[in-house]
Write a protein that binds this ligand. Structure first.
Ligand SMILES: [Zn+2]
Length: 297
């Protein structure tokens, strides 16, 4: 009896220690005070490129305290994403964007939508017959939410006081042969800083964005289609002129992402290369003038 008591006390101590160490790691990595929930934004824009292996997932904290999720990796990543967002102190996501209906972007989204309070949901006018996609639509319906159809020229939110605006610059057209080209492409402007999120948009979509005269210049770009050579045309890369190029992908993936020429192209254009397969989760913070980059590894 006595021995059992000692063992259970030891076990509890080990569990508590693991929990505390986990929090400390996250706190140290993110440089946050996790005891203050939800944390004090101090009018910062924080863009988290969450490592979900081969897939895409960006969680963005806006300077007005609201939040946005762009994509949610594969179905395997939903636990990681939920823990991460909850770890930051949020129970609500104000804007959810499903860039296009491929499983490496919407796979974990149904679970995330079930778990959190959700504001507006944006998707392109594109569909497939996959179980993953149907499951997502059913989840949205069960939650009594409506989907807003994303199109170039829409504003998601803005604040003149904060000099802050979130806009959709693609899809420009209504019909594409490839689902990737339906990708919702988003720009965030905050003071003197600009962020661009490309989804899996390929060259055809990039050309249309440029023809549409959208401002693609950015300090930070989430590179299109995991660094595949079907995206990041030379013309587009030079128009963006980013200082930081983030590639979201899994180590040793089956697709050969990223393509070495694409990495070279962004580097040559002056961008620091950041990769979730090498750096883990990447966090880029803007105060409207300066950027700071933190990586998990
Ligand atoms: Zn993809």
């Amino acid at each position: 009896m006595k021995l059992r008591k000692i063992i259970s006390t030891l076990l509890a101590a080990v569990m508590l220690c693991t929990f505390l160490c986990g929090c400390e790691d996250l706190e140290e990595f993110l440089d946050y005070d996790l005891s203050a929930e939800p944390r004090n934004h101090e009018e910062l824009l924080v863009s988290h490129y969450i490592d979900v292996g081969q897939g895409d997932c960006e969680f963005i904290e806006f300077p007005d305290g609201k939040t946005m999720l762009i994509d949610a990796g594969t179905s395997k990543s939903s636990g990681t994403i939920i823990d991460y967002i909850e770890g930051l102190g949020y129970s609500e996501i104000n804007y959810v964007i499903a860039t296009h209906p491929h499983a490496d972007h919407i796979g974990g989204m149904a679970d995330v939508i079930k778990y959190f309070d959700i504001g507006q949901i944006y998707m392109p006018y594109a569909g497939t017959t996959t179980k993953t996609f149907e499951n997502l639509l059913t989840t949205i319906q069960d939650k009594n939410k409506k989907i807003k159809t994303a199109k170039a020229g829409m504003n998601i939110t803005k604040s003149e006081n904060l000099d802050f605006s979130v806009d959709i610059i693609a899809p420009v057209n209504d019909e594409y042969d490839d689902l990737n080209n339906y990708s919702v492409v988003i720009t965030i402007q905050y003071g003197n800083n600009r962020f661009l999120y490309m989804g899996d948009a390929e060259k055809e979509a990039e050309d249309e964005i440029l023809e549409d005269k959208s401002d693609v210049s950015a300090d930070v770009v989430k590179v299109g289609h995991h660094g595949s050579k079907t995206s990041s045309s030379a013309k587009f890369v030079s128009a963006v002129g980013a200082d930081h190029a983030v590639f979201s992908l899994g180590e040793g993936n089956d697709y050969g992402h990223p393509h070495s020429q694409v990495v070279k192209r962004w580097k040559k254009a002056g961008a620091e290369i950041l990769r979730t397969d090498k750096n883990g989760t990447i966090v880029i913070t803007s105060d409207g003038n300066n950027l700071t980059v933190d990586t998990e590894k």
